[in-house]
Design a protein around this ligand. Structure first.
Ligand code: C5P
Length: 320
């Protein structure tokens, strides 16, 4: 069986990756830059899909900064964070949602119309819709951005159309044991000044910062349910986004996160850059995230192979 066929079955190990990617994973494990310490179990009991969904529903509570905790409370930042918590922003929630990965494999998929038919669409970082409508659609409800988007001028965060008229959710890797003080003073990329500026200029645009506790809780759930040691780095924006949508939607349809038969080393559909790490992971524990998502997929195998589409129940649709 090919690697891809094994991935579709959720049956892969880091040992099946290219030597280059195996080495990258080992080096992240050794460096452990964020000081991750994991003493919990490693897949001591393999959970069935329903049990896994219940673990996610019970523990993956979306959390964003609200300004009530120090140092933000002392800095008077309560006024900058949105009044409405993210999980209450869309009061009724959505019935059907799309999560659109930025993978090159979505090129030539003609999935655009299907994606736009959902009630809400989540996209990531710099992924455009203009000129790619046929394959990725053009509706964007929410965009998850990492801290580099806010801090690197190359992304034109303040004036690009990508970041207007959508709900923004930003995140930054924090050390595993850091409290908000330590993180505020030493973020990976300093997203706080551009966040403050953007909030002052655009107070009506919903714009959240993910609480690092949420990101690390997701990491722990991935690690606990994997057979191998996963990279000691936060999960990808894609995984974070899938879990956010599961808390806001009755059904979540994820496109080209687990690759279809169109799988390619082309990193992003909008860039001529080739690297298998974008799909299989180097920094992020992507391979393990994807196996976990594969295990809770309720869509058909045909949809996975042909569309790269996974269908997940939202938390409100799960009985635990
Ligand atoms: O690269 P970037 O993080 O902006 O891409 C958004 C998300 O799409 C990733 O976090 C990852 O979850 C997913 N992705 C993927 N395969 C790729 C590129 C992106 O699964 N080749």
């Amino acid at each position: 069986k090919s690697f891809l066929q094994k991935l579709w079955k959720g049956n892969v190990s880091a040992k099946m990756l290219t030597p280059h990617l195996q080495k990258a994973r080992r080096e992240y494990l050794r460096a452990n830059k964020l000081g991750v310490s994991y003493t919990g179990k490693h897949n001591s009991k393999k959970l069935n899909p329903q049990e896994l969904l219940c673990v996610l529903k019970k523990r993956a509570h979306v959390r964003t900064l609200d300004g009530k905790e120090a140092p933000f409370s002392n800095l008077g930042w309560e006024k900058y964070f949105p009044q409405t918590p993210l999980n209450l922003l869309y009061r009724q929630g959505f019935s059907s949602c799309a999560v659109v990965s930025s993978a090159g494999a979505i090129l030539n998929s003609s999935l655009g119309a299907e994606i736009d038919a959902h009630d809400a669409v989540l996209r990531f970082n710099t992924a455009p819709t203009r000129n790619y409508e046929r394959d990725v659609g053009n509706k964007t409800t929410m965009r998850i951005i990492n801290s580099q988007i806010l801090t690197n001028p190359i992304h034109h965060f303040t004036d690009s159309y990508l970041y207007k008229d959508v709900t923004l959710v930003a995140w930054d890797p924090s050390p595993y044991f850091a409290d908000l003080h330590m993180w505020y003073h030493k973020p990976d990329y300093n997203l706080f000044p551009p966040y403050e500026q953007h909030r002052k200029k655009n107070p009506d645009q919903p714009f959240y910062i993910i609480h690092p506790k949420f990101t690390w809780e997701l990491w722990k759930i991935i690690q606990e349910n994997s057979n191998e040691k996963i990279q000691p780095n936060p999960p990808s924006s894609g995984f974070i986004g899938i879990l956010i949508m599961m808390s806001m939607c009755q059904k979540v349809h994820v496109y080209e996160y687990i690759p279809s038969y169109r799988q390619t080393d082309l990193c992003h559909y909008h860039e001529q850059y080739y690297d298998a790490a974008c799909t299989l992971g180097a920094y992020h524990p992507l391979l393990y995230e994807k196996m976990l998502v594969q295990r809770i997929n309720q869509g058909s195998e045909d949809n996975l192979l042909r569309k790269g589409k996974v269908t997940l129940p939202g938390f409100s649709s799960i009985q635990c």
